[in-house]
Design a protein around this ligand. Structure first.
Ligand SMILES: Cc1cc2nc3c(=O)[nH]c(=O)nc-3n(C[C@H](O)[C@H](O)[C@H](O)COP(=O)(O)OP(=O)(O)OC[C@H]3O[C@@H](n4cnc5c(N)ncnc54)[C@H](O)[C@@H]3O)c2cc1C
Ligand code: FES
Length: 517
């Protein structure tokens, strides 16, 4: 795999997006502020919510621990789609026909809303309307497509069956065509959103880690910098809420998903979104990208190979498998120029959790469980939470309620939680290595010392950084991710940089440092 410059946001391998646009960094919060709404998290969900609230004249402060858009929004493949990941047939089975109709309506409305914001704010982000094609993975039967066609049609979508997706060199076999999908450059879009929020009087604060959220009539967010934000409402849009320690995390599971991008001769793959029906499925799209000489070439993005975070130690093999899958189908593909992975939160019943935090707190809202559709789910969150905060009725409230119980998803719930509980056995196993001398530069490994497991990282200069391997969320043992150079928790998906710094929750503090170099 080609060497890439190391990245420092939510993964070590820079994504195609992060390599072409640096997410904006705003000043940190240096004094207390009082606003109508405090949004924690400056990814697409938080910024869409902040943007729509400022458009309604509300005063808003957005806090982000890092740069704006530097979370999973910078790691995406940026398909904007109403062809639901878990399939309409499954949404119908779990939630009923009316709910499937509302789900279709909400994702369609999200793409429309992104398009209208792009036009209104003149955001140059390469937004385009494209078709989407769902084709069968090897060994799958045509009835699968028929069932999906029937479910998507009864959900109100104008989907057609076609003999094959329109790729000359790759005969996909029968496919479903979903018209009216979209694609864009996600970092250019969220940069445009951030600027529009500031133009409307909103305040953005980077490098401001929210440490605690207190609900109530006068809600409050505490930050690691000291100053606090007092607000009428708080939206926790951190991808995974850190303010809810257990309940919501048993209803979703963290998965890593992988992407490669390589040049392909112009016109050999028509511009469209593509997915197969595998589990995990492959996803594809095209993106124009400038080269050093300033001309633009077409890159094919190919994604897939998902697995539970922290539960597979073979990231490099996964990138190679993606590449060989792509080369078999697209022999004209050039050398891989980008490869990266990121995390998606899979809800047990296929729909995001957007709304009031179920646990406590009046006036505290969460957005999570975004699955591979976090860009539309994040935009749905903006629309839905704006209505809820302003006291307006929204027809999607029940569908996305974080408090919902999905009895028909009991099997998936039991299966995912069994995989989580099994991770506590890591306490009893030996460490990966006997001693730190075996760790090469730039790598991490677990080492057992007596009853303790130590997460040890040897930096590029050879200095050792030692941390407790115990995840500060609920005590699982973190695992080294050799590709992204992160410590990943196999239980609920908390991830930490090699420096021990928390990237994504539910943990809300760093790994405990035992030895600094
Ligand atoms: C490889 C890959 C492919 C994908 N493909 C698609 C796709 O094709 N279509 C699609 O719709 N979705 C896709 N997704 C999912 C989608 O990209 C994400 O779900 C979405 O970007 C998440 O947005 P967000 O705003 O919820 O979270 P994020 O973008 O992660 O933003 C959360 C922000 O919160 C900040 N934060 C966290 N904790 C704190 C704290 N305590 N205090 C302050 N700030 C904090 C972080 O720094 C971060 O900036 C994909 C994801 C991946 C990884
Ligand atoms: S994320 Fe829950 S124990 Fe680590």
């Amino acid at each position: 795999m080609a060497t890439q410059t190391r990245n420092h946001d939510s993964g070590g391998n820079p994504s195609l997006w992060g390599a072409s646009v640096k997410p904006p960094v705003y000043p940190g919060l240096d004094e207390d502020v009082h606003v109508d709404v405090c949004v924690v998290g400056g990814g697409i969900a938080g910024l869409s919510t902040a943007y729509l609230l400022t458009a309604e004249g509300r005063s808003v402060a957005v806090l982000d621990a890092g740069a704006i858009g530097g979370g999973q929004t910078s790691r995406t493949s940026a398909h904007l789609s109403n062809a639901i990941d878990d399939r309409y047939a499954e949404i119908q089975r779990l939630h009923g026909e009316d709910a499937a109709r509302l789900a279709a309506e909400s994702h369609t409305a999200a793409i429309d809303r992104i398009e209208s914001i792009v036009q209104e704010e003149r955001i140059t982000c390469e937004f385009a309307r494209v078709d989407g094609y769902l084709f069968l993975a090897p060994g799958q039967r045509e009835e699968e497509l028929e069932r999906e066609l029937s479910a998507a049609t009864s959900a109100g979508l104008d989907v057609q069956r076609v003999p094959r997706a329109p790729i000359p060199a790759f005969d996909t076999g029968p496919s479903l065509r979903f018209p009216g999908q979209g694609q864009f450059h996600p970092l250019k879009y969220v940069t445009g959103l951030a600027r529009a929020i500031v133009r409307r009087g909103g305040q953005l604060f980077s490098r401001t880690h929210a440490t605690r959220v207190h609900g109530g009539k006068e809600a409050r967010v505490e930050t690691s910098r000291g100053p606090v934000v007092d607000a009428g409402s708080v939206v926790v849009a951190t991808n995974v809420p850190f303010n809810d320690r257990v309940a919501i995390h048993t209803k979703q599971a963290a998965y890593l998903t992988y992407v490669i991008a390589a040049p392909i001769p112009g016109g050999s793959v028509p511009t469209a979104l593509y997915w197969d029906t595998g589990d995990p499925y492959h996803y594809l799209r095209l993106q124009k990208n400038g080269n050093r000489r300033g001309s633009k070439r077409e890159l094919l993005l190919v994604g897939g190979e998902d697995h539970r975070t922290g539960q597979a130690g073979d990231s490099e093999e996964r990138f190679l498998r993606l590449e060989s899958w792509a080369r078999e189908r697209f022999p004209e593909l050039g050398p891989v120029e980008f490869h990266w992975s990121g995390q998606v939160m899979e809800p047990v019943d296929g729909l995001a959790y957007i709304g009031r935090n179920p646990l406590d707190d009046d006036n505290v809202y969460i957005v999570t469980g975004d699955s591979g559709q976090g860009l539309t789910h994040g935009t749905i969150a903006g629309i839905l939470l704006t209505d809820q905060i302003l006291g307006r009725v929204n027809p999607w409230s029940t569908l996305y309620s974080p408090s919902r119980k999905s009895l028909r998803a009991a099997a998936a719930y039991a299966q995912e939680n069994a995989k989580t509980i099994a991770q506590y056995a890591d306490w009893l196993t030996a460490g990966d290595l006997e001693d730190t001398g075996q760790i090469p530069n730039g790598r991490g490994a677990l080492v057992r010392r007596g009853l303790r497991k130590i997460a040890v990282y040897r930096d590029e200069r050879g200095a050792l950084h030692e941390f407790s391997a115990t995840c500060p969320h609920l005590g699982c043992i973190v695992q080294w991710n050799d590709s992204e150079r992160t410590w990943d928790c196999p239980c609920h998906g908390s991830r930490f940089r090699s420096s021990g710094r928390v990237i994504v929750g539910p943990a809300n503090r760093d790994l405990t440092q035992l030895k600094a170099p």
